[in-house]
Design a protein around this ligand. Structure first.
Ligand code: ADP
Ligand code: MG
Length: 543
C-alpha cells in the first residue's frame, strides 16, 4: 500500500473552499442534497455496470444510502454501496476541476457580493458543499473493480488534503463529516430526516437514517398523471435538475407506439447559459424500465433543446445502448423524433392556451428556439410556429407569430418581411419601413443578429419567402408620388447618383434612384439579399 501523503488543491478549488468556509449562508442544509445526489449517482453507475456485466464485484451488497448520526461526537456519516473510486479517481474527481464552466462559476462567485451557493450542484462542484457544515471531511472509498484497494481522503478545506490507504469498505464510499461548532443540528435525526424529505425524496434508492428508511423509492414518470401531486412533480424536478426552485413548464406523457415511452420533461425558470456557465450539458436522462442507462444523454433531444430537464424511459431500449451499432442509432433517432415532436407540440399548445406565459418562456429560452430554426432542418416548420417577434402591426411590447403574420397578409402578398434594428423606436424612425407603411404591409422587427440568421435560414414559412426589408429588389408597390413635389429629370438623376458614387467611393457598390422612399432622402440597401445588414455587421465583428 501507498504511504500517507499530502497534496495541494487546484487553485479554483482553493478559491471555492475559501468562499464556502468563510461566508455565512442561511441554506447550509443543501450540503446533504449534494452528498446524497453523489451517492445516488454512484449507485446508478454501479447498477448499470453490474447489469451490463462490465466489471464485477463479488460482493452482494444492498444498493442503498445510509446515514449514521452521532449527536455526542457531532458527526454525520453517509455511506453508499455504489461504484466507489480508485485512488487515481479520487485525485481526479475530488481536488481537480476540468470543466471550464465550473471555473467561470467560481470566479464569478468570488467576484460577486452575494454568494449564491444554491447553484453549486449545477456547476459540478457539489461535493465541496460539505465544507459549509464540516470542519473536517473524511472520505473513504473502494472501487467496484475487482482487486481495487481502498483509500482515504481527508481535508480541513484549507489548501490541501491527505491521501492514504483505508480498509473499512468492501465497495462504495463513506463520507464522515466532523461538524463545525455552529452546525451541530446536522447530527440530529429529525433535522436530517426533514432535509431528506425536502430535497431528496425521489432518490431511487433507499436512504436510511440511523437504520430507518426515510424515503419511498418510486419512479414517478411511470405513474399515472392523475396520481401524481403537484408537490411530487416539483420535488422530482428539483431532484433531476439539481434545482432549488420550481419548474416553469412540465410535460408528462406516455406513448405505446411507435415506441413504449414514459417521459417527464421540465423547462426551468432560468436560462443557465445567461449565468455565464457557457454551454449547458443536455439535461435529460434515459432510463429503460426504471434503470438509468444514460445521464445527460446527448442524443435524446436535439442540441438546441439542451435547456430541457427530465427523464425519458423506454422499455424498447437495451441497457447497453451504444452509438456504435446501427440498430441502436436508428432506435435513438426514432426516439428522439418522437420526444422532440411531442415537446414542440406541447410548446405550441401552451402558446395558445396561455400566450402571456408563453411570452415569458420565449423571453428566457427564445434564443434556443432561434438556434433550432437556424440549424435544425428536421423540425423546421414546428419550430417556426413557435418564434415570436414584435412587428409594425403589434402593440409595443407585444409579439406576433409567423402564423399570425400569414393570417394578416394582404391579397397577393407572397413574402414575409422583417427588418433588424436595436429597438422598436429606432426601426420606426428609420427609412426602411416607409414603403411598407405606404402599402400597408406588416414588417417583423428583429433585434439581434441571431434573429436574422434564424429567419434567413428558415428561408420560407408556409410557402412564403422570408425577405429582409433592406433588400434592394423588393416586390412591393412603390408609394404614390407626393403632391406638390417635383421629380428630377433623367439627367439630374444621373448627375446626382454619379456624385454620390464619387463621394462614397468603395463604401458602396452602386447608387440608384429609389422609388420606395416617402420622407427620407436616402437609404442603404443590401444588393444581393444574401445577408441582412445586422448579419454583415455581426460577421465583421467576428473577424
Ligand atoms: P458532480 O456530482 O456534479 O460531478 P461533485 O463535486 O458533486 O460534482 O462530485 C465530483 C465527482 O466526485 C463526481 O462526479 C464523482 O465522480 C465523484 N464522487 C463524488 N461522490 C462520490 C461517491 N459517493 N461515489 C463515487 N464517486 C463520487
Ligand atoms: Mg454532485
Amino acid at each position: 500500500t501507498k504511504p500517507r501523503r499530502t497534496r495541494e488543491f487546484q487553485t479554483e478549488i482553493k478559491q471555492l473552499l475559501d468562499i464556502v468556509i468563510n461566508s455565512l449562508y442561511t441554506e447550509r442544509e443543501i450540503f446533504l442534497r449534494e452528498l446524497i445526489s453523489n451517492a445516488a449517482d454512484a449507485l446508478e453507475k454501479f447498477r448499470y455496470h453490474n447489469l451490463t456485466g462490465e466489471g464485477s464485484s463479488a460482493e452482494e451488497l444492498p444498493l442503498e444510502i445510509s446515514i449514521e448520526l452521532d449527536d455526542k461526537e457531532h458527526t454525520l456519516t453517509i455511506t453508499d454501496t455504489g461504484i466507489g473510486m480508485t485512488e487515481e479517481e479520487v485525485i481526479e474527481n475530488i481536488g481537480t476541476i476540468a470543466h471550464s464552466g465550473s471555473k467561470n462559476f467560481i470566479q464569478q462567485l468570488a467576484a460577486s457580493d452575494s454568494k449564491d451557493l444554491n447553484l453549486i450542484g449545477q456547476f459540478g462542484v457539489g461535493f465541496y458543499a460539505a465544507f459549509m457544515v464540516a470542519k473536517r471531511v473524511r472520505l473513504q472509498t473502494r472501487s467496484y473493480l475487482p482487486g481495487a484497494a481502498g483509500c482515504e481522503w481527508v481535508s480541513e478545506g484549507a489548501g490541501s488534503y491527505d491521501l492514504g490507504p483505508s480498509e473499512g469498505l468492501s465497495r462504495g464510499t463513506r463520507i464522515i463529516l466532523e461538524l463545525k461548532d455552529d452546525t451541530h443540528e446536522f447530527s440530529r435525526a429529525e433535522v436530517i430526516k426533514r432535509i431528506i424529505r425536502q430535497y431528496s425524496s425521489f432518490v431511487p434508492f433507499p436512504i436510511k437514517v440511523n437504520g430507518e428508511q426515510v424515503n419511498t423509492v418510486q419512479a414517478i414518470w411511470t405513474r399515472n398523471k392523475n396520481e401524481v401531486t403537484e408537490e411530487e412533480y416539483n420535488d422530482f424536478y428539483k431532484f433531476v435538475a439539481n434545482a432549488f426552485d420550481e419548474p416553469f413548464y412540465r410535460l408528462h406523457f406516455t406513448a405505446d407506439a411507435p415506441l413504449a415511452i414514459n417521459a417527464l420533461l421540465f423547462v426551468p425558470k432560468q436560462n443557465m447559459e445567461r449565468f455565464g456557465f457557457g454551454r449547458l450539458e443536455p439535461g435529460v436522462n434515459i432510463y429503460s424500465r426504471k434503470i438509468l442507462i444514460q445521464q445527460h444523454a446527448e442524443d435524446i433531444l436535439p442540441q438546441w433543446l439542451r435547456f430541457v430537464k427530465g427523464v425519458v424511459d423506454s422499455e424498447d431500449l437495451p441497457l447497453n445502448i451504444s452509438r456504435e451499432t446501427t440498430q441502436d442509432r436508428a432506435l435513438m433517432t426514432k426516439l428522439r423524433r418522437v420526444i422532440t415532436g411531442r415537446f414542440l407540440k406541447f410548446l405550441q399548445e401552451q402558446s395558445q392556451k396561455e400566450p402571456d406565459k408563453y411570452l415569458e418562456f420565449w423571453k428566457t429560452f427564445g434564443v434556443f428556439l432561434k438556434e433550432g430554426a437556424a440549424t435544425d432542418f428536421s423540425h423546421r416548420d414546428d419550430v417556426a410556429k413557435l418564434l415570436r417577434f414584435e412587428s409594425s402591426k403589434s402593440e409595443p411590447g407585444k409579439m406576433v407569430s409567423l402564423p399570425d403574420y400569414i393570417d394578416r397578409m394582404k391579397e397577393g402578398q407572397e413574402e414575409i418581411y422583417f427588418i433588424n434594428g436595436p429597438t422598436r423606436a429606432s426601426i420606426e424612425a428609420g427609412p426602411y419601413l416607409e414603403a411598407f407603411r405606404a402599402a400597408d404591409l406588416e414588417v417583423l422587427y428583429t433585434n439581434e443578429p441571431v434573429d436574422d440568421f434564424a429567419l434567413s435560414n428558415l428561408a420560407e414559412f408556409e410557402g412564403k419567402r422570408m425577405v429582409s426589408a433592406d433588400t434592394a429588389e423588393l416586390n412591393i408597390p412603390a408609394p404614390p408620388p407626393q403632391e406638390g413635389v417635383e421629380s428630377l429629370d433623367y439627367d439630374q438623376i444621373q448627375d446626382l447618383t454619379a456624385w454620390f458614387k464619387e463621394v462614397l467611393g468603395a463604401r458602396v457598390s452602386e447608387v440608384r434612384e429609389s422609388t420606395r422612399l416617402v420622407e427620407s432622402p436616402a437609404i442603404i440597401l443590401d444588393l444581393d439579399g444574401m445577408m441582412t445588414g445586422s448579419m454583415q455587421r455581426f460577421m465583421q465583428a467576428l473577424n
